[in-house]
Design a protein around this ligand. Structure first.
Ligand SMILES: [Cu+2]
Length: 157
């Protein structure tokens, strides 16, 4: 068991050249939409590239009382969001969390998220053998780079 744990640490160390990665998962382009005063929720977005089948089963952040993974779809002209128990990742396929699609919903925010703030987010993954791993991501609070407006998208939970 001891040597197994040591090996795990080496793997994490070797993956350190990537921005946010553990042995089997790379996370890039992580950002959070800044909030206005009193706004209780914020969307967090990122690209996830996995080397094997795994699920993201939990999201943790110190800035919010809880964080959920949501999908979004159109119901007529109303945006509907649904909480996912797990977000499936497949090897070789990048899953992009972005406005209008899958996203992480930071809820019960304990302060206003201002542009430029670094928001630490931890993703807990589980592979098919049931083994869990945690990856720590620093998401930057910034307005979306594209001009498409995302305001109002989080009104219908
Ligand atoms: Cu949502």
């Amino acid at each position: 068991m001891k040597s197994y744990l040591t090996h795990g640490l080496v793997m994490i160390g070797m993956a350190g050249f990537a921005v946010f990665a553990h042995a089997d998962l790379k996370v890039s382009n992580a950002w959070v939409k800044p909030t206005v005063p009193g706004q209780p929720v914020a969307g967090a977005y990122m690209a996830l590239a996995s080397d094997k089948d795994m699920d993201v089963i939990e999201v943790l952040t110190p800035v919010a009382g809880k964080a959920e993974i949501h999908s979004m779809s159109m119901d007529g002209n109303i945006m509907r969001m649904k909480k996912l128990d797990r977000l499936q990742l497949k090897p070789g396929k990048v899953v992009e969390l972005k406005p209008g699609g899958f996203h992480i919903m930071l809820m019960e925010l304990n302060h206003q998220i201002k542009a430029g703030e670094v928001v630490p987010i931890r993703l807990v993954t589980q592979d098919k053998s049931g083994k869990k791993a945690t990856i720590s991501v620093n998401a930057i609070a910034a307005e979306p780079k594209t001009s498409e407006s995302t305001s109002g998208m989080h009104m219908h939970h």
